[in-house]
Design a protein around this ligand. Structure first.
Ligand SMILES: [Zn+2]
Length: 340
């Protein structure tokens, strides 16, 4: 297997790939990442003892504001952090618990991104002297003008990850396009792995109220019956073969009945008629206006005000048209009467 990132990629890009794309076990990568970025540059050997409180306290602070979102994660270490927040553990006890359990997976797995390894920001020297050894790569990051941005990004990514977990959807669906002009910098590599789009059925159904996005026929998010719905890519998945970005992002996903999505006359790889573009825009705006947990994600993916979002979708439609010129655009065979 080839590496996801060339080792010659800029250091901040490699760092971002760890934070944005790496598999996170109970979000420990976010807290270790934050702790590392906040270290000074005086020395390279950092004992686990020194690292334990910055690492654990980042988690404790996060738990204070996101307690509800991660209660489902069963972890003795997280329990210890919660107890510390409730003043049932002292600082020394928190340190002890962290040394015992906190680093179990994260030090090993920190540099793994999609089953390959990026350049190292520290090496594991636990066997030698219960420490990690920082590499020049980390010092370069700490001294770069990106330093404060990187700290903020870890926090944003952590929030996003928890939003996804809290509403039961795959964190991959919340990925955000890289936007050098914005404060928040995210990188995204489309289709590195097959993304589980079905995980967002519950969230999407909240807006569609049990009706197909295209024809308004009754649908259910339960599997295995004739009304079971599919998650449909409004801009069809095939476009990603032509460089169309963001196919799996939440703004592009809708629920469709089986008649519309499959079957004779089904949508398959076709572009929906432009009349549905307004409906998609309304749907995305609904999430924003209703302060749904997906609000921030959709704003980040499509624009911060209604005009930007409208023009974002129009540009994407124009882009899709340029890839599929002249083809007749898809509409459902029959349209149920609307009862709205
Ligand atoms: Zn339908």
């Amino acid at each position: 297997m080839t590496g996801f990132l060339e080792n010659s990629a800029p250091l901040d890009t490699q760092w971002r790939s760890i934070i944005l794309l790496g598999n996170n076990v109970a979000s420990y990568k976010f807290s270790l990442g934050t702790a590392l970025l906040k270290l000074g540059t005086e020395k390279s050997t950092i004992s686990l003892e020194e690292l334990s409180l910055p690492f654990a306290q980042t988690i404790c602070n996060h738990l204070k504001t996101h307690e509800k979102q991660i209660t489902s994660t069963s972890s003795k270490f997280l329990d210890a952090c919660r107890k510390f927040n409730n003043e049932e553990l002292t600082l020394d006890q928190l340190k002890e618990e962290t040394l015992k359990r906190g680093f179990a997976n994260v030090i090993d797995a920190f540099h793994n991104v999609h089953r390959s390894e990026v350049s190292r920001f520290f090496t594991d020297t636990r066997k030698e002297n219960q420490s990690i050894t920082l590499t020049d790569n980390l010092f370069h990051l700490i001294q770069s003008d990106q330093h404060q941005n990187l700290i903020r990004e870890v926090g944003s990514r952590w929030n996003l990850w928890e939003t996804a977990i809290s509403i039961g959807i795959s964190p991959h669906l919340l990925e955000i396009q890289h936007d050098p002009a914005s404060e928040l910098l995210y990188i995204i590599k489309d289709n590195i792995e097959r993304v589980d789009v079905t995980s967002c059925k519950d969230s999407l159904n909240g807006y569609q109220k049990g009706k197909c996005f295209y024809c308004d026929r009754y649908i259910t998010i339960l599997n295995g019956n004739e009304f079971s719905c599919d998650v449909d890519h409004f801009f069809p998945h095939v476009l990603s073969n032509f460089g169309f970005k963001g196919i799996n992002q939440i703004w592009n996903l809708v629920l469709a009945c089986q008649n519309c999505n499959r079957g004779v006359g089904g949508k398959f790889e076709q572009l929906p008629h432009i009349s549905f573009l307004t409906k998609l825009n309304n749907r995305n705006n609904f999430y924003i206006e209703s302060h749904h947990p997906l609000r921030e994600t959709i704003i980040n993916q499509t624009g911060s005000n209604p005009e930007q979002r409208r023009s974002f979708l129009q540009k994407r439609y124009d882009e899709a048209l340029s890839i599929f010129p002249g083809k007749e655009k898809w509409t459902p065979k029959e349209q149920m009467h609307k009862h709205e």
